[in-house]
Design a protein around this ligand. Structure first.
Ligand code: G3I
Length: 448
């Protein structure tokens, strides 16, 4: 992305000055959380970071990442060159390492990215026309299928619009396969992983008056009107002094959300330091808080030294892993939000009905119950046998804290509950203390 042209935004203000109504909406709670992820989760959002696989052996890095964030994006490991280095030879090891670290620590994953003009493997860079179109669709299908059920949202297509005043598509080998390449990619992704949210992701789309923003808006509007499966728009949000946070950022997010898509801030970093940097970060959080469909914010790295532009010190932790003023501003702003009774805007990866793949003679079907800030109820209905054994597996850091209409035992980890009938029929329930992880449990059913 060094080739990216950082066009100066017309407006240099930050979004600190929100409307009075918005300010009132987000004030007046004493429920302060102590980490970014926990605060966001209590208010129905996530706060994420990009993770580089090569840094997972750095304990300072993983300690901060694990403590502060509840959504993870692989910085490079799920891109085209990483996942399909040779045509039709897929390589998921590096991506899996990050996904496993995330899910093992109770975090969700944003997938980045399935189709992009950049970071293509050499074989793809040399392709054009219908063979490239087929190769691209094959890539989307194979990668999304590999990660099916593990991804909260995919950046299906990344950076497909040109910078500047043209409002045109970016010229690329993918674009030259025909203007419908983007919608073809979205359709392939939907078929491969129907439960993942499908996003279009781009940069320099923050200022509502910019031609590129308008062009992406028109594409999303068109997709929604024609039923092309798009669920969300990602705003990368790489800012610096030449490209500051625009004062109309809230307007941009709201206008996209009004098209019927979620909006997410996907790669946030702001070059600078001190109170100026902190104010801009605070403004971004305010803008997201003010838009109901802004489901979360991801910063593009953990410490300044981990950043793709480390010299600009654009992140929330310094190179020694200490919290910066920007961190304090973000956490304080997150904590001004009213705790909600959030419902996950999409079901977690393991959704009902879940049948024992071994054909255990019964089916256990999950349905959602009541939700609170810190916990939610689930209900399981068993069909096919009244002599059932159902296992309910929850993800970290979830814990089942109550059960009813079931005789329950637990494995040593506490994550797997085995339920048998207790004379109250074939429907039972439980309460899960979620700890910020709203993923539904996995079920399996067999007969005794
Ligand atoms: O891993 C190799 C290393 O073995 C080798 O010695 C070194 C020499 O150049 O390169 C290393 O790979 C680099 C890789 O980052 C890991 O550090 C690549 O050269 C470098 O090109 C790559 O840069 C990434 C960039 O995307 C590539 O386009 C950045 O880490 C990554 O932060 C950046 O992320 C993008 C998003 O995907 C899309 N939006 C913009 C954003 C920032 O540019």
């Amino acid at each position: 992305m060094n080739r990216k042209s950082w066009r100066a935004a017309a407006v240099t203000g930050v979004v600190v000055a929100m409307t009075a109504a918005t300010a009132i909406l987000w004030q007046g709670t004493s429920n302060a959380a102590s980490t970014l992820g926990a605060s966001a989760a209590e208010r129905g959002r996530y706060f994420g970071t990009a993770i580089a696989g090569s840094r997972l052996s750095d304990s300072q890095y993983t300690t901060i990442a694990n403590r502060e964030f509840n959504m993870i994006t692989a910085e490079n490991e799920m891109k085209l060159d990483a996942t399909e280095p040779n045509q039709n030879q897929f390589s998921f090891g590096s991506g899996d390492q990050i996904v496993n670290w995330a899910t093992g620590n109770g975090k969700r994953v944003r997938g980045h990215t399935l189709a992009w003009h950049s970071q293509q493997p050499g074989w793809m860079q040399r392709m054009e026309g219908s063979s490239l179109r087929q190769a691209m669709l094959n890539h989307v299908t194979r990668v999304a299928t590999n990660y099916r059920g593990k991804i909260y949202a995919w950046d299906v297509v990344n950076e497909a619009f040109a910078d500047g005043a043209s409002g045109a598509r970016r010229d690329s080998n993918l674009q030259r396969t025909g203007n419908d390449w983007i919608e073809a990619a979205f359709r392939a992704a939907r078929s491969a992983d129907p439960n993942a949210k499908l996003c279009y992701n781009d940069y320099n789309t923050d200022n509502w008056s910019h031609a590129k923003t308008q062009a992406v808006y028109r594409m999303v509007q068109d997709f929604k009107s024609r039923g092309v499966p798009i669920d969300c728009v990602g705003f990368q949000a790489h800012f610096n002094s030449g490209n500051p946070v625009p004062s109309n950022y809230h307007t941009t997010l709201q206008n996209f959300a009004d098209l019927g898509v979620d909006v997410q801030i996907t790669e946030l970093d702001i070059e600078g330091s001190g109170s100026s940097q902190a104010d801009q970060y605070r403004g971004i959080v305010q803008a997201c808080q003010a838009v109901a469909r802004c489901t979360g914010i991801t910063v593009w790295g953990v410490r300044d030294s981990d950043s793709w532009r480390a010299s600009g010190t654009p992140l929330l932790f310094n190179g020694s892993g200490q919290k910066k003023a920007a961190y304090d501003a973000v956490l304080a702003q997150l904590n001004t939000g009213q705790p909600t009774n959030p419902s996950p805007s999409s079901p977690g990866p393991s959704t009902s009905p879940t049948t024992d793949p071994g054909g255990g003679g019964c089916t256990a079907t999950y349905s959602e119950g009541q939700k609170w800030n810190d916990r939610f109820n689930g209900q399981v209905t068993v069909t096919g046998s009244s002599n059932w054994i159902v296992t309910v597996t929850v993800g970290s850091p979830q814990r089942i804290t109550a059960t009813w209409n079931v005789s329950a035992t637990w494995d040593s980890s506490g994550n797997v509950m085995t339920g048998r009938p207790n004379g109250n029929g074939d429907t039972f329930g439980f309460t899960i203390q979620h700890g910020g992880n709203w993923t539904w449990p996995t079920l399996s059913c067999r007969t005794a």
